[in-house]
Ligand binder design. Sequence first.
Ligand code: SAH
Length: 262
Amino acid sequence: MAEQNRVKAKKHLGQHFLKDENIARKIADSLTLKGYKNVLEIGPGMGVLTKYLLEKKLETFVIEIDTESVEYLKTNYLHLAPRIIEQDFLKFDLNLIFKEESFAIIGNFPYNISTQIVFKVLDMRDQIPEFSGMFQKEVAQRICSKEGNKVYGILSVLTQAFYHAEYLFTVPPGVFNPPPKVDSGVLRLVRKKDFTLACNEVLFFKVVKTAFGQRRKTLRNSLKTFNLTDNLKANSIFGMRPEQLSVQRFIELTRLIENDKS
Ligand code: SAH
C-alpha cells in the first residue's frame, strides 16, 4: 500500500503500521459505544483505525507523539485537525481535554509501553468506561487470564478488579509494516457496573504487586514487609501462592490485612 509507505516506521516508537483494512475496521467495531461520547485513540500513526472511528457517532480525539505522523494526519484528515494532540500519552494530562467527562480508549498500541498504558488507564478508571485495542498477544492474554494460569499476574488482577476483560482475536505479524516479531491480540475491557472495591484500594494495589513480586513464594513469605500478626498468618489463605487467588480472594486478603491488629 503506497500510502502506508510514505512515513518510514520508527522502531523506538514501536511503530508497526497496520495494512489490513478489515482488521482495522474490526478493532474500531470492538467498541460497544455505551456510556461515553468521546474516544481517544493512542498512536493513530497514519490513521488506518482512525478513519473507521470517524464514521461513528463519537467525538474522536487522537494522541500521537510522532511529528511526521501528525503532519500526515493533519493533511489527510482535515476535520480531525483540532482534535489531534501531539503529545506523549504517558505524560500528557488528559483532563486538559476531557475535564470531568468520560472517554473510551482505543488503539493499535505501541508495544514498548503497553504495560504503562494499562496502568495509566487504571489510574483514570473513573473516567474510562471502556478500553479496547491491540497489544502483543502475550500481554493481551496476560490481561485476560484467570487464576491458576501461568501468565496470571499483576496486570490480570488489577485490570479485572475494575473491568470485564475479553480476548477477542489474534492478529498475525504479516499484516503490519514492518511486521513485529510476535503475534498480536485484540481485547476489550468494559468497566464493571460497580467498580469500587470492598477494601482499601491503595492497599489492594500494594498487596497484589508485592505478592506477585515473589510469585513462587507463599503469601506468608512474600508479604513479610506488611508485618502481619502470627494470628493472621495462621489463616490458610497465607499458605497459598498469588497465582491461586482470584480477584475476589485478593480483595478479601486486603481486608484481612487492613483489619489486622497487633
Ligand atoms: N494505529 C496505527 C499505528 C500503530 S503503531 C496503525 O495501526 O497503523 C503505534 C503508534 O503509536 C505509532 O504511530 C507511534 O508513533 C505512536 N506512539 C508511540 N509512543 C507513543 C506515546 N508515548 N504517545 C503517543 N503515541 C505514541
